[in-house]
Design a protein around this ligand. Sequence first.
Ligand SMILES: *Cc1c(COP(=O)(O)O)cnc(C)c1O
Length: 501
Amino acid sequence: MADFVSSSYTKLRDVINETSNDALPPVSSIVAATKSLPAFFSPMGLGEEATQAHLLSDICPGFNGPKTSANYYGFVTGGVFPIAEVADNIVTAFDQNVQVHLPNQSISTIVEGKALEMVVELLRLGKGWDGRTFTTGATGSNILGLACGREAVVKMRLEKVGEQAGPGELGLLAACSKAGIKNIQVLTTMGHSSLYKAASVVGLGRASVKEIPVSSQEPWRIDLDKLESELKLSDEGIVSIVALSAGEVNTGRFSTDGLSTMRKVRALCDRYGAWLHADGAFGLFARSLPATPEFQSLIDTAAGLELVDSLAGDCHKMLNVPYDCGVFITRSSSTLSLVFQNPNAAYLSSGPSDQPSPLNIGLENSRRFRALPVYAVLLAYGQYGLGDMFARQVRLARAVSEYLDSSDCYELLPSGQSSTNSDEQTKFSLTHIIVLFRAKNDAINEELVTNINATRKMYVSGTKWEGKPACRIAVSTWKVDVERDSELVKGVLEGVLNGTQ
Ligand SMILES: *Cc1c(COP(=O)(O)O)cnc(C)c1O
């Protein structure tokens, strides 16, 4: 059996090495892979050898290239560091169930604890984050954030009427009715779609998510006056969770512009009893950039996030570990366990311990050891190595922005960013890893994303900006090479204008 697995890994390496570096496979490979699927579920089974050959020769050629290509700029996918791939294979090989903290039986929860501690350090968040866990991604982390927010804001009101239990125990309807709460709203600016999903999952409803931007020109920025007037509704029984976008997915911009604004938001949340959550899926890692003038504006923008109650982050994006892995951290471990306590299961008890069992602080009971690839990456690269990768990603995004801004045919979005600063060097100082743009010619713009992706040399996401189609590049792989990749991107963008691609 062991020989079968190791020879399969060797063959897998060969398949990966032979895979082209294109961002997308030829459509014909996907068609062929689809045709190779069995017409029906055979009761006999193929056997492991034949199945292995099928997976490697038929299925693998049908995959797209976030892992193998340096130029897959869709969504924010990240790649996979070699050491993360090794660690993930170890995870699979040993199949640890990281559910109950059993320090005398497995090192797994102890490693998970160490990895979480290192993530907090990488993000320069300081002390006091004693509620922390790995999740399946930022969607999972946003669900945890809203669930904690819901527990905390309702419980605060219940305590005023002498009730000690919270909604985790009583149920949302009974708890709100007892507390005199009519509604719980989620205040945000350009909240990620998963925030709406999270609102539905935790029983607040997608309609509870309210956008409070300063203006339609800067829809990602939160309006502090609107925030205060919404928070004041607590007098009328409408309580709030504030969910900041710490890296909005279309633009990479933040709801707040730094420490001083964050302090104001924090003070307002404290005054009116609101929970403060931030979705920093990829934007959070702006905090880990090298502290040099080149990145100072970004670091300043992301400052103050250490003041929130809870934070959502993704590891399968910027940290380049395989899917799926996100992180959730909160200052209130008690709130986290009030929601996620898995009660009345004596056989799942870990005994007295300094570390909570993961099953009591997150969604799942049985869990994959997804901490190990994160641990491996942090250990292998350290703060400096990762900072260097983040820097290269930002430089590529800025180089592409520079090209688009100087082009007659493309328009860099959101508009106005190059005119806000006359100093050439700091022109794109707020550009993180995302570049949003469109073609000035509407007809070209309509087909732009399709035509870029049809080259299969690079892959971009389509989105809408100010009601019109727009194109979005997200740089998130460790494979980034500023010179090589900016040439490729410019070549493709020129080519689709000239119709030569
Ligand atoms: C990607 C992303 C999410 C969702 O994360 P998943 O990893 O897909 O669950 C949430 N918020 C932001 C800002 C994102 O970029």
